[in-house]
Design a protein around this ligand. Structure first.
Ligand SMILES: Nc1ncnc2c1ncn2[C@@H]1O[C@H](COP(=O)(O)OP(=O)(O)OP(=O)(O)O)[C@@H](O)[C@H]1O
Length: 273
């Protein structure tokens, strides 16, 4: 591993293998995420996109391989080093709901209270600044159940940037959003990336929205990187798997059906039953 590589890239996976029980999710995967850019991870449902984010966020460890974040190989870090590393990453997971019994202010203040000993006036200023960045300073006193789905996601985003992370991880940020809320989130991701000089990694199914803001896209599937490039390069790709993905065709080299025994056998109760 050369130090020069880790400086150019915010994140690098090298020869990463990850299994769930008997099932291999990644086989010897290499991925490089350039610093300061928006990189999208796309691919069919269940291919391991969320798993990839969790490996980068140090919530999961690979069976083999290296996961370099900010010049450090996560599997080689101690618990306290991992704790420090996680502070450099803002995470907007789909499941990362707001605390329903805390108002907007306290939701955004939460990581500051847990990870810093800043005085109350400074916490207040930071919270208001982060809410201003997502356009919700006026909602500071509201409770989560008084917000729309899109606003809730923006408050979660304000919380994710509270500690000024170097890397922001987004898991399906547009899922379940109406077109207007989706457009707001698309612009916010690009804006925050550029204004804060951070590295953004976006997992999404929404091809058009994601391609409109991504500098670079990885398409993963079958435990590997199926293709990579700028959105324009991927649109021009003659790789049938990439074409199937970019044109949204249901069946092709990537099959519609999850592997199963013959349909007739299943309907007849199995061949040996
Ligand atoms: N906690 C878990 N235990 C066992 N298997 C899991 C677990 N979490 C995920 N998996 C399996 O790992 C594989 C990859 O899951 P992952 O959620 O990373 O896929 P994904 O590409 O993000 O899917 P989607 O696009 O549908 O959200 C799937 O086959 C899933 O069933």
């Amino acid at each position: 591993m050369s130090a020069a590589n880790t400086h150019a890239n915010a994140v690098e996976l090298k020869g990463v293998t990850f299994q769930r029980g008997e099932r291999s999710i990644f086989k010897d995967v290499d991925i490089a995420i350039p610093r300061g850019k928006v990189t999208a991870i796309m691919g069919p449902s269940g291919c391991g996109k969320t798993t990839l984010l969790r490996l980068i966020a140090a919530q999961l460890m690979p069976a083999r391989g290296e996961v370099w974040v900010g010049g450090q190989n996560l599997p080689s870090l101690s618990r306290s080093e991992l704790f420090d590393m996680r502070k450099q990453m803002g995470v907007l997971f789909q499941s990362g709901a707001l605390f329903t019994d805390l108002d907007v202010f306290e939701n955004v203040a939460f990581p500051l209270r847990v990870h810093t000993k800043l005085p109350e006036e400074m916490i207040r200023d930071i919270v208001l600044m982060k809410l201003q960045a997502v356009g919700l300073r006026g909602a500071v006193e509201l409770m989560p159940d008084e917000l729309s789905g899109g606003m809730r996601r923006r408050v979660a985003l304000a919380r994710a940037i509270a500690l000024d992370p170097q890397i922001l991880l987004y898991d399906e940020p547009f899922a379940g959003q109406d077109p207007i809320a989706m457009g707001v989130l698309v612009r916010l991701i690009r804006l925050l990336n550029d204004a804060l000089g951070i590295t953004s990694i976006v997992v999404s199914h929404d091809l058009a929205e994601t391609a409109s803001i991504a500098d670079y896209i990885y398409v993963i599937g079958e435990g590997q990187v199926l293709g990579q490039g700028t959105p324009a390069q991927l649109r021009e790709s003659d790789n049938p798997r990439i074409r199937q993905f970019m044109t949204g065709t249901a069946d092709g080299p990537v099959p519609f059906h999850f592997p199963a025994q013959a349909y007739a056998d299943d309907l007849l109760g199995g061949s040996d039953a």
